[in-house]
Design a protein around this ligand. Structure first.
Ligand code: 1Q0
Length: 215
């Protein structure tokens, strides 16, 4: 059950923030990226406390990024591109193993970036699903293809158990607050290319700088 109005999830709102993520020259604005995740966390929270361990981790990563965005070097944390450049130029990233910068912006964002791939796969499965599709199966497939590869056994196990209590497709679509199922499917079709583009730009940037395996 959604709480007060400002806690209510709307797919449109998340869609809007991902739309605003990209600058004219295709840089990814951190503020909008983080806002997109905040919207998704709202959704996750509305699903119940079983998902608390996931939302807690997402919130703590969001908070780390926000503290950089509001900190004394805020100007370097306007876009993912400027953050990567600033942190690498100033040796602020633990590249091979954890050291003096265990919570760099780069490694923190990488965790959300990997989760964005899960989201892309999951939403695409939802979009093309049929009335009798099981959200838990769609979610698990998307997870196994993406995030799971970066998670240890314990977390994979806990995630797998949480997926089992996901609400059914119809409830899922209702919580998105978009309207009837056809409209949800259309909205997902609109959202996916945007999410994919943000994902791909970040992926290319990280690959170019050898940052895809940051500890
Ligand atoms: C709808 C069901 C949501 C299922 C979310 C799938 C992701 C499962 C991830 C399990 C993460 C467990 C917590 C701990 C993980 C960390 O160890 C890990 C690595 O960080 P670190 O510091 O230990 O190296 N953290 C992560 O991998 C980040 C995980 C962030 C997950 C954020 C998920 C936010 C979910 C939003 C719900 C979206 C619903 C989509 C439908 C809405 C339509 C727009």
């Amino acid at each position: 059950m959604a709480g007060s109005e400002d806690q209510k999830f709307s797919l449109q709102e998340v869609l809007d923030t991902f739309k605003l993520c990209l600058s004219e020259n295709k840089e990814v604005y951190l503020e909008q990226y983080v806002a997109g995740w905040r919207g998704l966390v709202k959704f996750l929270n509305s699903l119940g406390s079983v998902f608390g361990f996931i939302s807690k981790d997402a919130v703590s990563k969001i908070q780390i990024l926000v503290s950089y965005m509001k900190g004394e070097n805020a100007s370097h944390y306007a876009t993912v591109q400027s953050m990567v450049k600033y942190e690498l130029d100033n040796n602020l990233v633990d590249v091979n193993k954890k050291g003096s910068h265990p919570e760099s912006g780069c490694r923190t964002l990488l965790r959300l970036h990997r989760a964005l791939r899960w989201l892309e796969l999951f939403l695409d499965r939802l979009r093309t699903s049929t009335e009798d599709s099981k959200t838990s199966a769609l979610c698990a497939e998307a997870y196994n293809e993406s995030l799971a590869q970066h998670h240890p056994w314990m977390i994979r196990k806990a995630a797998g158990m949480a997926f089992l209590v996901l609400p059914g497709r119809q409830t899922f679509f209702e919580v998105m607050n978009v309207g009837p199922p056809e409209q949800v499917v259309a909205k997902l079709g609109e959202a996916l290319p945007l999410i994919s583009e943000v994902y791909q730009i970040t992926e290319d940037l990280y690959a170019q700088h050898n940052l895809l395996d940051l500890p």
